[in-house]
Design a protein around this ligand. Structure first.
Ligand SMILES: Cc1cc2nc3c(=O)[nH]c(=O)nc-3n(C[C@H](O)[C@H](O)[C@H](O)COP(=O)(O)OP(=O)(O)OC[C@H]3O[C@@H](n4cnc5c(N)ncnc54)[C@H](O)[C@@H]3O)c2cc1C
Length: 387
């Protein structure tokens, strides 16, 4: 039986563990900390197709959406707060509406359901009056990321996987021919493995170097505002049409375009900024103010609502905005599953399926097919400066 060690018990590592044990692979999950304690506990839980243009990431989002629905059936959607609530992308100017309409046309050609909405208040009565139009994406979903990571890991443990917390991976152990035979940990232990999955999120770059197969994963900071609990006033995930440009931008400077969504607990989440400032944890009041102002422009009632808290996290960012998924030919036995940036929750379930294919040999580096763009050898040149 193949033995896989998965480094990282975030949403991606946990989804990989569930997918691999489903296929009969012996799995050991290791994390230096607790399940879901990395960026998984710092995101919002959007599972979006709406923000992705035609291409490999959209294909992965579609695969992942189907996989999330299967996971929901397995675990019970309410346990992980999986909701098919749909997204509403709102234009705030005539020019914005034209750009949004062009983007949606391309998505429809790729199979996405994108419905033009003349009056956004019909779907979201508390939106500001007079907004020129919107596109409704009924396929967008939401999940509670930490609950989902814990439930996926629990499903794997029930099938015989083991989980070692407090385990910091420091190196790969290799055979005489260079192929991998396990990992070494900070406390000097060796855990034997046929395959090692690098699911260490924003630390995927550091871990990949430790494994001898470096890939450029960098932190991209984001703040999220949390309101006091309210009655259900926001029905969909609602965001400004500018958001798509912000997500795809490689600018290191601050970018903000807010996403507003209600949660089961009644709080409204207002996310999220994007900036490349390394792992700087300082609270930025100007960022909080900007996000709040943008949210109030969409939903004026928010001006009278208290903020409960603000949190921040570091998205695992690759320079080309695509995750790294697949075997690394430099160290046979290493498979990467990291660098999902601001879409790791949404893309986790599909990533688990792909990693399952690679680990069982159903797919190889050579037969990656439509997923070849995600392979690690696309980073031929020197990696970007670590900021
Ligand atoms: C503000 C914000 C909003 C976001 N909103 C969304 C959203 O709405 N939808 C969406 O899809 N995504 C969103 N994201 C992105 C999403 O949160 C991430 O892409 C996702 O959580 C990455 O999951 P992961 O499992 O790869 O990484 P992580 O959750 O960070 O897990 C990696 C794990 O690896 C462990 N690890 C690291 N190094 C080692 C080591 N040496 N040894 C052992 N273990 C190690 C860490 O302890 C950690 O637990 C958001 C992110 C931010 C910051």
């Amino acid at each position: 039986m193949t033995r896989a060690v998965i480094i990282g018990a975030g949403i991606v590592g946990s989804a990989c563990a569930e997918a691999l044990t489903r296929r009969g692979v012996e799995v050991v999950v290791v994390d230096r900390s607790a399940v879901g304690s990395g960026t998984t506990s710092r995101g919002e839980g959007n599972i979006l197709v709406s923000d992705k243009g035609p291409g490999t990431e959209l294909s992965l989002a579609e695969l992942s959406r189907r996989a999330w629905l299967e996971v929901g059936e397995l675990i019970g959607p309410s346990l992980i707060e999986l909701e098919e609530k749909g997204g509403l992308v709102v234009a705030q100017s005539r020019a914005g509406l034209e750009a949004l309409a062009r983007f949606a046309t391309g998505q429809r050609a790729a199979g996405v359901t994108a419905l033009d909405v003349g009056d956004p208040q019909v779907l979201e009565p508390r939106l500001a009056a007079g907004l020129p139009g919107a596109v409704h994406y009924p396929e967008d979903m939401q999940v509670q990321p930490v609950l989902a990571a814990a439930a996926l890991l629990a499903a794997a443990l029930e099938r015989g996987a083991t989980f070692r917390t407090g385990t910091d991976v420091t190196a790969a152990v290799r055979d005489g021919d260079g192929s991998l035979s396990g990992i070494r940990t900070a406390d000097g232990q060796v855990i034997e493995a046929d395959v090692v999955v690098n699911a260490s999120g924003t630390w995927g770059g550091e871990v990949s170097e430790r494994l001898g197969a470096p890939v450029p994963v960098l932190p991209r900071r984001g703040f999220v505002l949390v309101t006091e609990p309210l009655p259900p006033l926001v029905r969909h995930k609602v965001y400004s049409a500018d958001y798509v440009d912000n997500v795809g931008s490689s600018d290191a400077g601050l970018e903000t375009s807010c996403v507003v969504e209600g949660t089961r607990g009644g709080t409204v989440l207002i996310g999220a900024s994007r900036e490349r400032v390394g792992f700087d944890t300082t609270l930025s009041v100007p960022v909080v103010e900007t996000l709040a102002r943008q949210a109030v422009a969409l939903f004026p009632f928010l001006a009278r609502v208290n903020l409960l808290r603000v949190y921040r996290g570091f998205r695992p960012y690759c320079p080309d905005h695509l995750p790294v998924i697949g075997p690394d030919p430099r160290v046979p036995g290493v498979i990467h599953a990291c660098g999902h940036e601001g879409a790791g929750i949404g893309l986790a379930a599909g990533t688990g399926r792909l990693v399952g294919d690679y680990v069982t040999g159903a797919r190889t580096h050579e037969s990656a097919g439509e997923w070849a763009e995600l392979l690690p050898d696309r980073f031929a040149g020197p990696s970007e400066q670590q900021v």
